[in-house]
Design a binder for this molecule. Structure first.
Ligand code: HEM
Length: 403
């Protein structure tokens, strides 16, 4: 389409938001030949694809299944609901607060202790890329000293998912990850069945669906989904929130003074700079979007990053404003929050409250440890990724508390 750089080009990666603007106004429905997918960018169209029951996640059969195995993301109807219900309680209010909040706090403290005396830190490489994955690994009762392996695995899974150009190296790496992860997890799952504990993996081993427990493979697939879905996303959300606040010192000051504003800062970050920029869907019958008709069975790429800045939905959409009216931070972890970063409908992110709790705990501790945090002069302001997207770095300087 004239004026819009190809979604898989370096130009698009450097500044997707300018392209999104033209797409929304001039080309709200695009057919992308290499991706074999339609692309929608307006809020109303993306919202519809998430909510309307005509759309399924069948695309994950080829986008995720080869690397993950079969997970709740691919399922629909009762099959989906029953399996989703197995993990959902662990991510809801009561259990999260009582059992996992201390785990979250401990993990944040461990990482901050590494740099609290230093006076400078890159919040991406020294905090965000470690924190959420450590939390999930702890929740599952796995070994955190294997962090580097988990990080490599989830990065490779997300790369497979976002492999828009079907790069064979990325595919091969994803399939290798599937093998490595299975080799690592299956013996642990078997052992955990014999010696269950108080962790989420034991709960999955104990869980029964219609009187039958899940197979080792099913449990392994679930763990890989939790690592990938909860690792890279929260990692990028946390880094983006700090990048956004540090670039708007007046809003940072407001949050520092009144910590009850953290959920607002998080919710506006998810609107303004969502970690997941695109999600695919397939309609089971012909569907009419604002830009035209899409036939049954085709793939539709929904641009969350574009929809979240639709001027029809948000006033002054390209400015970061934690006080904006369209976002309801009191429900930042529910579908009513007013942005599309967690999707909507039956696949709405099951980990949204966990993500919010992690961000809230980490932000409080980071603000306490770095009372005068400011961006350092070598901040690149660069963001990376078109499928998932986040700051390349967030280098910060501060006066150590003890100094
Ligand atoms: C689903 C985003 C954190 C676990 C999703 C979906 C999105 C999303 C967009 C929908 C995918 C689709 O419909 O195709 C995010 C963002 C996060 C985050 C932006 C952080 C800010 C987490 C965390 C976990 C998690 C911490 C838990 C470990 C899941 C799972 C699903 C999911 C299991 C599948 C739900 C289903 O299919 O029913 N997430 N997520 N997410 N998320 Fe998250």
């Amino acid at each position: 389409t004239p004026g819009i750089p190809d979604i898989v080009s370096a130009e698009f990666n450097a500044d997707p938001y300018s392209a999104y603007r033209i797409m929304r106004s001039e080309a709200p429905l695009i057919w992308h030949e290499p991706m074999q997918s339609y692309i929608v960018s307006r809020y109303e169209d993306v919202q519809r694809a998430f909510k309307d029951e005509v759309f399924t996640t069948a695309n994950y059969d080829w986008q995720l299944e080869p690397v993950h195995g079969r997970t709740i993301l691919q399922l629909s109807g009762r099959e989906h609901a029953v399996r989703r219900a197995l993990v959902a309680p662990a991510f809801r209010g009561g259990e999260l607060r009582d059992k996992f909040r201390p785990v979250i706090e401990r993990n944040a403290r461990e990482l901050i202790d590494e740099f609290r005396e230093d006076g400078s830190v890159d919040l991406v490489s020294q905090f965000a890329t470690h924190f959420p994955i450590n939390v999930i690994v702890d929740m599952l009762g796995l070994d955190k000293s294997d962090h580097d392996r988990f990080h490599k695995w989830y990065t490779s899974i997300i790369a497979f998912l976002g492999n828009l150009t079907q790069d064979p190296d990325v595919m091969a790496d994803g399939l290798r990850t599937r093998e490595e992860f299975a080799e690592y997890m299956i013996p642990i799952i078997r052992e955990r069945r014999e010696n269950p504990g108080d962790d989420l993996l034991s709960a999955l081993c104990r869980a029964e669906i219609d009187g039958t427990s899940m197979s080792d493979d099913d449990i392994k697939a679930f763990c890989s989904l939790l690592l990938a879905a909860g690792g890279e996303t929260t990692d990028k959300a946390l880094a983006a929130m700090f990048a956004n606040l540090l670039s708007h010192p007046d809003q940072l000051e407001a949050v520092r003074e009144d910590r009850s504003l953290i959920p607002k800062a998080f919710a506006e970050t998810l609107r303004y700079s969502p970690p997941v920029h695109m999600i695919m869907r397939q309609p089971s019958e012909d569907v009419v979007f604002s830009g035209g008709e899409v036939p049954a069975g085709s793939t539709v790429t929904c641009l969350i990053g574009a929809a979240n800045r639709d001027p029809e939905r948000y006033a002054d959409p390209d400015s970061f404003d934690i006080f904006r009216e369209e976002i309801d931070a009191s429900t930042a972890f529910t579908a009513a929050a007013g942005h599309l970063a967690f999707a909507l409908g039956r696949h709405f992110c099951v980990g949204a409250l966990l993500a919010e709790t992690e961000v809230e705990v980490a932000a409080n501790m980071l603000l306490d440890a770095m009372p005068d945090a400011r961006l350092s002069a070598d901040y690149s302001a660069e963001e990376k990724g078109v499928f998932t997207r986040g700051p390349a770095d967030v280098p910060v300087e501060f006066t150590p508390r003890s100094a």
